[in-house]
Design a protein around this ligand. Structure first.
Ligand code: UD1
Length: 430
């Protein structure tokens, strides 16, 4: 299994370019299943989850061409199976995003029920409730969710989500685009990735309004067509590099990003002493202010509030900040697994239920640690970059799921990081 070997202490300096948003590219690729015509997506990040999503589309019968590394040209004209198998779903929960498009276009879909994952049980009951509201029958057969549209086509309806769900909102938007009549989604997720998916669907001919607000209206159409779309920049990669500059006392220019997509993160990091200057609409300049870093509390909440996907990275920063911070995780249970690894590196963190108390600043020292999920891996890389001595991070396949060429990118701005692998060819490729 690949590991990262990091020798901490180098301030990161230079320019970094942000890639396309993984969490937008995944639903946009799923949306290509809604039409027999070709959909071309640009700025698709070169990360493991997208390779898995491509495999899923090909397994279903779609043709996926990549004329350039980050361009995917998908033609789902000859879909001959309607099933996302367990092998794929267990490695990537976002495979459930195939459910909405398959059900809407073909009237049937089968997706393995995702099991527990490292950040807690992540049910899809709200997706299934919504499909039933759209007229589907849903049953559980040998661990698979089987959904059918008895009348051949879904019927528009009103869907009130009792909890904000990102992929749930996306699944319904896609399904309702081909349903008969009008669908209203209440308490919809407002993440930028929802708006990006809506933009693509509209280019394909869907009638959607209100994406990015808590109420989305979709008027179903009979058919969707081909389109060309560029995926938005990854706001979590952006936030991770802001923290990387701050935690190493460096100075970074972060290009090709959308600062407006991470306003809550920028505001919180500015409060704790990170100087974030907006050079233009897509470039940030980041360094720590002369007064150093100060602790501040944070609560993770759905967009536009502070994202759960930045909680682990923020915790790493708080270990190096003056004072006590309280970090409350409200989205996922068990999302503090990085804390015990940071404690091994010398951090002072106490966990009580969904609350972490971090006392800083503490000098971190390198240690062997284990990555438990995607964002936890990123937080351990950040901690290692500012720690004294060597850190060996195991199970970095998690980080490969969502950070494009992280080793190369970090080395280009002065980090002392290398991938330790038994297969040097793989190390070259990622
Ligand atoms: C998406 C993101 C993930 C991010 C998360 C929260 C993708 C591929 N993944 O995940 O990176 O961390 O949003 O911003 O975009 N829930 C239910 N029943 C459901 C669905 C969700 O109870 O049917 C609960 C979840 O357990 C969780 C909360 O709702 O507590 C939010 O989950 P959701 O927004 O659906 O997360 P994902 O879409 O899986």
């Amino acid at each position: 299994m690949d590991k990262f070997l990091i020798r901490g202490g180098n301030p990161l300096k230079g320019t970094i370019e942000i890639g396309g948003a993984k969490n937008s590219a995944l639903p946009c690729l799923a949306a290509t299943l809604l039409t027999a015509e070709t959909v071309t997506l640009h700025n698709v990040p070169y990360v493991k989850d997208l390779i898995t999503q491509r495999r899923l589309l090909e397994d279903l019968g779609a043709t996926v061409l990549t004329p350039e590394l980050r361009t995917h040209r998908v033609t789902a004209a000859n879909i001959d199976t309607f099933e996302a198998p367990y092998e794929l779903v267990k490695t990537m929960r976002a495979s459930v995003l195939a459910l909405g498009p398959l059900l809407a276009r073909f009237g049937k879909a089968k997706v393995s029920l995702p099991g527990g994952c490292a950040i807690g049980t992540r049910p899809i009951d709200l997706h299934l409730m919504a499909f039933e509201r759209l007229g589907a029958t849903v049953s559980l057969e040998s661990g698979d969710v089987v959904a059918r549209a008895p009348k051949g086509r879904l019927e528009g309806s009103q869907i009130d989500f009792e909890k904000v769900t990102v992929t749930g909102t996306e699944n319904v938007m896609m399904a309702a685009s081909l349903a008969r009549g009008r669908t209203i989604i209440r308490n919809a997720a407002m993440e930028p990735e929802i708006e990006d998916l809506a933009e693509l669907l509209k280019k394909m001919g869907a009638q959607i309004s209100g994406a990015g607000t808590p109420e989305i209206e979709i008027i179903g159409v009979d058919e969707l067509g081909g389109a060309e779309h560029t995926i938005i920049p990854d706001r979590i990669e952006t936030g991770t590099f802001i923290v990387a500059a701050a935690i190493t006392g460096g100075e970074l220019e972060i290009a090709h990003c959308r600062p407006d997509h991470l306003a809550a993160v920028i505001s919180k990091l500015s409060d704790v002493g990170v100087e974030i200057e907006k050079k233009n609409d897509s470039t940030l300049k980041v360094r720590v202010s002369g007064n150093g870093l100060k602790a501040a509390d944070v609560i993770t909440e759905p967009h536009p509030k502070f994202p759960t996907d930045m909680q682990a990275q923020y915790m790493a920063l708080m270990t190096r900040s003056e004072g006590t911070s309280k970090i409350v995780e409200t989205i996922f249970e068990n999302r503090f697994m990085h804390a015990s690894e940071m404690i091994r590196m010398g951090a002072d963190i106490h966990i009580n239920g969904n609350t972490a108390i971090v006392r800083g600043p503490r000098k971190l020292t390198g240690a062997p640690v284990i990555a438990s999920d995607l964002r936890a891996s990123a937080s351990l890389v950040l901690a290692a970059l500012c720690a004294e001595g060597e850190t060996l991070i195991d199970r970095v396949y998690h980080i490969d799921r969502g950070y494009e060429r992280i080793v190369r990118k970090l080395r280009s701005i002065g980090a002392d990081i290398e991938r330790v692998t038994e297969d040097s060819a793989v190390a070259e490729a990622v």
